[in-house]
Design a protein around this ligand. Structure first.
Ligand SMILES: Nc1ncnc2c1ncn2[C@@H]1O[C@H](COP(=O)(O)OP(=O)(O)OP(=O)(O)O)[C@@H](O)[C@H]1O
Ligand SMILES: [Mg+2]
Length: 274
């Protein structure tokens, strides 16, 4: 799975990380974006752009700020006491932290899936229908169609199509994670944030999630945190390497893994630390 942008000239590729995205439609961007948990600084002046309808992977050692940065993208950190921000984080050019932003709308546009599947204690059907009902959709037929569409897109329909009224907890871990992804895409967000979505899953479920991510990028902008570098290499078009709260390197995935510019990136991807 390689990057399917128009051929990038060597000149472009050898330039600064920012140049590589010049031909992409940009969905989200950070400008000197920093975050503090009370006194402790967790993100240091991050500058990066997340391209539309691509998969961008975030890698780096535990505690380097991957989840923190991802959670900023739909303001999940609003719920944490003592968080302070500097700089800007933009969605489609608009400041995500502007006073005028309605956080519920933002989270509808920027959906999130966590490491541990968290289905609601409801039926399979109701898990996916939930967000649609919240949106005010009440037409039964429309809800049924959207539930089916979402479960098909998340590669779960074949397994659950005949048991939609069963409790979601009756599903396996891998099925629950695909159900949660179905729930996230049912409301058709623009961006899907995935924080280690497959780390708790067996290899077959992991493969299904990876195939799903690859599928999803035709329609969504995907940002995925993963500890698994093979996974990052397999599913992503671009990769951001973070270390101790800084963005060390950002590049097309193929290049970051085969020809990293920074020593720290090279040390990490060759397994020298992390
Ligand atoms: N709610 C919080 N309050 C205080 N500090 C936090 C909080 N969440 C994270 N941190 C700190 O911020 C830093 C970055 O954490 P974060 O969870 O973003 O790392 P990560 O790269 O996702 O790590 P991992 O790979 O282990 O999930 C760490 O030092 C962590 O201890
Ligand atoms: Mg994390």
């Amino acid at each position: 799975m390689s990057i399917d942008t128009p051929a990038l000239s060597e000149e472009l590729l050898s330039g600064k990380e920012s140049k590589i995205l010049d031909q992409e439609d940009i969905c989200m961007e950070c400008h000197d974006f920093s975050l503090y948990y009370s006194e402790k600084q967790a993100l240091f002046k991050i500058n990066m752009r997340v391209p539309s309808k691509r998969v961008t992977a975030f890698i780096g050692p535990s505690g380097c700020g991957k989840s923190t940065l991802l959670r900023c993208m739909n303001r999940m950190n609003d719920l944490v006491d003592g968080v302070r921000l500097e700089g800007k984080l933009l969605l489609r050019g608009e400041d995500v932290y502007d006073r005028s932003v309605n956080v519920t709308d933002l989270r509808r546009r920027v959906g999130m899936v966590f490491q541990k599947p968290n289905p609601f204690p409801k039926s399979i059907f109701e898990n996916v229908a939930y967000g649609l009902r919240l949106q005010g959709i009440s037409n039964k037929r429309e809800i049924e169609d959207r539930v089916e569409w979402s479960l098909k897109r998340s590669a779960l329909w074949d397994e659950v199509g005949s048991r939609l009224q069963e409790n979601a907890f009756s599903l396996s871990g891998g099925q629950q994670q695909r159900l949660v992804i179905a729930r996230a895409i049912a409301i058709q967000p623009e961006v899907l944030l995935l924080d280690e979505p497959a780390s708790a899953l067996d290899p077959i479920s992991t493969l299904k999630i990876e195939e799903l991510i690859f599928e999803l990028k035709s329609q969504y902008t995907v940002a995925i945190v993963t500890h698994n570098m093979q996974q990052a290499a397999r599913v992503s078009d671009y990769t951001a390497f973070m270390y101790l709260g800084e963005l060390i390197e950002f590049d097309a995935t193929d290049r970051l893994f085969t020809n990293p510019k920074e020593k720290k990136t090279e040390d990490y991807i060759t397994g020298r630390y992390g």
